[in-house]
Design a protein around this ligand. Structure first.
Ligand code: ZN
Length: 198
């Protein structure tokens, strides 16, 4: 069956979202057609705004409206500790816990030989630069407990330790293969408290 082009295009767009197949995309497209124009307008604006108004912090790589981000600018935070995560959403998870008062660094991925992701493809160079420029005493590596996350942690540890900086890894309260994003606050807090030196 051939849909009119505007609907076909919208279905294609919805199918670009994770976990949305043709059937759901079609349902969403027809649902959108029935929505009030102002609601659709707000929806479209929100989609564009997330790309236009958000940038990556030039220091830590987190998403932010202003550069540097709020966390990097916050002088009450402990600047001697940097917690390294894979994605901006992991920063949000850590912040929800409200216990961690240090700074962050977002890698935007992990090393993955399978997917051809090397050190130059993720935000590692700027981390090393920060460690060189700032008085950092501890780097907590909070990459996910996956094979690539572990390999990235080991790689970073080998790079950072020779500079005399303590490198720790979140404790395995986190199940193997699990994402920081899905851990609840108590589990995360335990993982941070029980971190071990690499
Ligand atoms: Zn920042």
């Amino acid at each position: 069956m051939h849909y009119p082009e505007p609907i076909a295009k919208l279905i294609d767009s919805y199918m670009k979202l994770p976990g949305i197949g043709q059937k759901t995309a079609t349902r969403l497209a027809f649902y959108t057609l029935d929505m009030k124009e102002e609601v659709v307008n707000d929806f479209a604006k929100a989609l564009l705004s997330v790309k236009r108004d958000l940038h990556f912090c030039s220091i830590c790589g987190n998403i932010t409206e202003e550069d540097p981000c709020e966390i990097c600018q916050d002088t009450t935070r402990d600047r001697s500790t940097i917690l390294v995560v894979e994605e901006p959403k992991d920063v949000m998870s850590m912040e929800k816990m409200r216990e961690y008062r240090g700074l962050y660094h977002v890698l935007h991925g992990v090393l993955s030989p399978m997917e051809g992701t090397g050190p130059e493809d993720i935000n590692i160079a700027s981390l090393l630069q920060r460690l060189h420029d700032e008085a950092v005493e501890e780097v907590i590596i909070a990459t996910n407990a996956t094979t690539d996350g572990e390999a990235t942690a080991m790689y970073l540890s080998r790079l950072i330790k020779p500079a005399g900086i303590k490198v720790t890894r979140l404790a395995h309260g986190l199940a193997v293969g699990s994402d920081i994003e899905y851990a609840d606050e108590v589990t995360l807090l335990k993982a941070v408290e029980g971190r071990r030196e690499l």
